[in-house]
Write a protein that binds this ligand. Structure first.
Ligand SMILES: C[S@@+](CC[C@H](N)C(=O)[O-])C[C@H]1O[C@@H](n2cnc3c(N)ncnc32)[C@H](O)[C@@H]1O
Length: 264
């Protein structure tokens, strides 16, 4: 049997690396407790199950990016089982907190909260991300404008200067990228700063455009990522190599001006 490698071995003196491939296979090949922190945002299994999503205007920028470059559809039961398998493996590999970004989705009129799915994992902390806007589809419920960051496991490192930070973060979505669903760097920064030791290793099994990697490098940590889509592998490598260049963020909305996604 192949001996599992430590992330230190894989990095082999480099500060970062992004591998192309499937995240479960990638995680299963890694040694237990060989990294310090995981910050990730899995696919939400939202495409083709959301009838209203099809009502986007043809040519809409987000729709085009999503339809043309992003596979995100599984039977819901398979998706939940798969997501748990990924989080379980991430917890095994990480000697610290595993941060998972997710949101409540609605299927046949019933909300599926991410903690319904991830109920068996020990929850250490949660952050409510107020995205400053929403796409509304006349669903006879309030337009969802929040997501969550859940920390599973236990912090082996915690920078106490973050203890005063409140758990609701109002941060506008980052729309200034060719990836259909990146999370903003400002979401990732406090997670890495608080829960990964200086020079520690952060992983992201769903690297996407490389947000976690760019932030990790900028904060003096190392990074290992995995991404299935070769286009995003190239995108993330390019971004992380230029990690010192900050993306232009949309201005965060204030309380008086609730923007929608389409306003940003
Ligand atoms: C929500 S996006 C992550 C975006 C990322 N946080 C960013 O800021 O750009 C999820 C990513 O997971 C990738 N992905 C989907 N299935 C995967 C798999 N089985 N293994 C690795 N990556 C996968 C998708 O291609 C997509 O880029």
């Amino acid at each position: 049997m192949k001996v599992r490698e430590t992330m230190e071995d894989i990095l082999n003196g480099e500060r970062w690396r992004v591998d192309e491939g499937d995240c479960l296979t990638w995680l299963r090949s890694q040694k237990t407790a060989s990294v310090d922190c995981c910050v990730t945002s899995p696919p939400y299994n939202t495409l083709n199950t959301n009838k209203q999503a099809r009502t986007y205007r043809p040519g809409d920028k987000w729709m085009k990016k999503t339809r043309e470059g992003y596979a995100d559809t599984m039977p819901e039961d398979d998706y939940q089982e798969w997501l748990c398998a990924v989080v379980r493996e991430a917890l095994r590999v990480t000697n610290g907190l595993v941060w998972v970004n997710h949101k409540t989705r609605y299927r046949n009129g019933v909300g599926i909260h991410p903690l319904h799915i991830l109920k068996d994992f020990p929850l250490w902390a949660e952050v409510v991300w107020d995205k400053c806007g929403a796409t509304t589809f006349n669903q006879r419920r309030f337009a969802t404008s929040n997501e969550y960051l859940f920390a599973f496991g236990r912090p082996r490192f915690w920078d106490p200067s973050n203890d005063g930070l409140l758990s609701v973060w109002r941060i506008a979505q980052d729309t200034n990228t060719e990836h259909p669903c990146p999370f903003p760097e400002r979401i990732v920064e406090p997670l890495v700063a608080a829960s990964c030791p200086p020079d520690g290793i952060v992983i992201d099994p769903f690297t996407g455009s490389g947000t976690t990697g760019a932030v990790a490098l900028r904060l003096g940590r190392r990074f290992l990522g995995c991404e299935l889509n070769p286009e995003y592998v190239a995108m993330s490598r390019n971004r992380i190599a230029n990690y010192h260049v900050r993306p232009v963020h949309p201005v965060a909305a204030d309380d008086e001006h609730q923007t929608t996604l389409f306003d940003l």
